[in-house]
Design a protein around this ligand. Structure first.
Ligand SMILES: *[C@@H]1O[C@H](CO)[C@@H](O)[C@H](O)[C@H]1NC(C)=O
Ligand SMILES: *[C@@H]1O[C@H](CO)[C@@H](O)[C@H](O)[C@H]1NC(C)=O
Ligand SMILES: *[C@@H]1O[C@H](CO)[C@@H](O)[C@H](O)[C@H]1NC(C)=O
Ligand SMILES: *[C@@H]1O[C@H](CO)[C@@H](O)[C@H](O)[C@H]1NC(C)=O
Length: 448
């Protein structure tokens, strides 16, 4: 999670009802700027964000992934009896809690928690009392002493040993199983692993293993913690396989206040509100046993023009916890050049942070934006929603940037971030080893 917008100041904008007015016009979408833009007051200036995925750091232009996990999904999992339950949980932009990630409310031992959903990490953790060092969060900090169902995990237990290297052995002041998770930007959470019941959209899961974070530092906004939806045995997806069968999906809304999407745990497609059929691409395995969901990116189409296929060398990861999509430099340059060619006639504006292609659109009521599609193995096309193509930096639209960025080197792995996943049903089917996409309008709660 949290990788890609190091220097973006926290400028908010609301794109309300935009999809309603968007018309397809010869491979372009009409993006009515002034009619549809309402700006909020930026509550949180000068704030950097945490950007590297948990347990990774940047070194020599590559992302070094520090985590090793014991296994991916294995055939053993197929033997587990899978029930038919599903949980639907409303999902919102975390913008009011000062994060560009998406948040859900769950209950841990009947206490409400507001958590970031992150498909790029596996440990679920929350701030816990007694805190040695906690940041300010919206909900009360979890106090295990007030929960009769909370259980410590002892440091000599097989669970603690099996959870290495997240677990860090015995805590200095006791026999509890400690954990340490550091983030690429220096953010971290430290604490003990514990078990308690969690409630996810009405379905209770007993003895859920999570991190009770006693010392948490970083730019997590005002959330209680993070839900790890990655692929390894520690993740929520793996721990709830009996309830939900190893399948989940989400629809990420735009950042309009109160605009709600959903996180659906389980494989109940009757809960989806997709308006196109779901197309699935294969999940490809990663270089090591990491929490990430890798898919095979085989092409891109910008304004109807297909980029040279030879540019694409395969694996990218899809992540709900990364904001801006990052592409290999050669792919990014080719994509940007076609975009600029198709989005011609608009005056340029200075670059902004990691976004190098910006325009001054202050004189326009609406603009025609080239349609952006990612193509994955099996000819599965993901059409980016119009709200996921341009990042509006200035509220008068005098600086509006192409919301995709370049990686530093060709060896880094590309990431499809959450800004480009809005208004889509994205289905993560680890059990079936596939990932699906369909168009879905997620902000229906507050739009007509
Ligand atoms: C968990 O461990 C802590 C520290 O050793 C202790 O204070 C607490 O009472 C334990 N809780 C339970 C439920 O065993
Ligand atoms: C959002 O919802 C809350 C409570 O439902 C309401 O008080 C508030 O006015 C809404 N805000 C907007 C911008 O619609
Ligand atoms: C991605 O798909 C292409 C075309 O089907 C194939 O040639 C390539 O081997 C695949 N890459 C990976 C990493 O699976
Ligand atoms: C989930 O449902 C889809 C469509 O109904 C199906 O193709 C897929 O195999 C199912 N996955 C699992 C793990 O049951």
């Amino acid at each position: 999670m949290l990788k890609t917008m190091q220097q973006l100041p926290f400028l908010l904008f609301i794109l309300s009802s935009i999809h309603v007015h968007c018309l397809h016009q010869d491979n372009h979408l009409l993006f009515p700027l002034h009619n549809n833009l309402q700006w909020s007051h930026p509550p949180y200036h000068n704030s950097p964000f945490p950007f590297l995925p948990p347990r990774s750091r940047r070194e020599k232009n590559g992302i070094i992934l520090e985590m090793k996990h014991k296994r991916h999904w294995s055939h053993e999992d197929e033997l587990i009896e899978i029930s038919k339950s599903a949980a639907q949980i409303p999902l919102k932009s975390g913008i009011l809690l000062k994060t560009l990630n998406y948040i859900v409310s769950i209950k841990l031992a009947n206490r409400k928690m507001t958590m970031i959903i992150d498909t790029g990490s596996d440990l679920t953790w929350t701030q816990c009392k007694p805190c040695f060092s906690c940041y300010i969060q919206q909900d009360p900090v979890f106090d295990p002493h007030l929960s009769s169902s909370y259980q410590n995990i002892s440091c000599d237990s097989s669970t603690c040993i099996a959870l290495k290297p997240v677990s860090s052995g015995c805590t200095s002041n006791g026999a509890n199983c400690g954990y340490a998770l550091s983030y690429g930007d220096g953010s971290y959470t430290l604490g003990v692993l514990g078990k308690d019941k969690i409630n996810l959209g009405g379905i209770t899961v007993e003895e859920f293993i999570f991190g009770c974070g006693r010392s948490n530092h970083g730019l997590f906004g005002g959330v209680s913690g993070i839900i790890g939806l990655g692929r390894t045995q520690l993740s929520l997806v793996s721990q709830t396989i009996n309830q939900f069968g190893g399948v989940f999906s989400y629809c990420l809304p735009t950042r309009a206040f109160n605009s709600s999407g959903s996180l659906i745990l389980g494989n109940d497609s009757s809960l989806y509100r997709n308006i196109t059929p779901i197309s699935y691409t294969r999940l490809v395995s990663g270089p090591v046993k990491l929490p990430f969901y890798f898919v095979n990116l085989t092409g891109m189409i910008i304004g109807g023009e297909r980029l040279t296929e030879g540019l694409f060398n395969g694996r990218v990861l899809i992540d709900s916890g990364t904001v801006i999509t990052r592409l290999a430099p050669s792919v990014y340059r080719a994509m940007r050049d076609v975009f600029v060619k198709r989005f011609s006639g608009y005056p340029p504006a200075p670059p902004f942070s990691i976004l190098d292609t910006c325009f001054d659109l202050s004189e326009y009521e609406e603009v025609k934006v080239p349609i952006m599609k990612f193509v994955f193995e099996g000819d599965v096309e993901l059409t980016v929603d119009v709200t996921g193509i341009l990042y509006i930096v200035k509220r008068d639209a005098s600086q509006v940037c192409l919301a995709v960025s370049s990686l530093e080197s060709e060896d880094e792995v590309g990431i499809i971030g959450n800004f480009q996943q809005k208004n889509l049903r994205v289905v993560y089917d680890s059990a079936g080893s596939k990932l699906g996409f369909a168009k879905e309008i997620c902000g229906y709660d507050h739009q007509n």
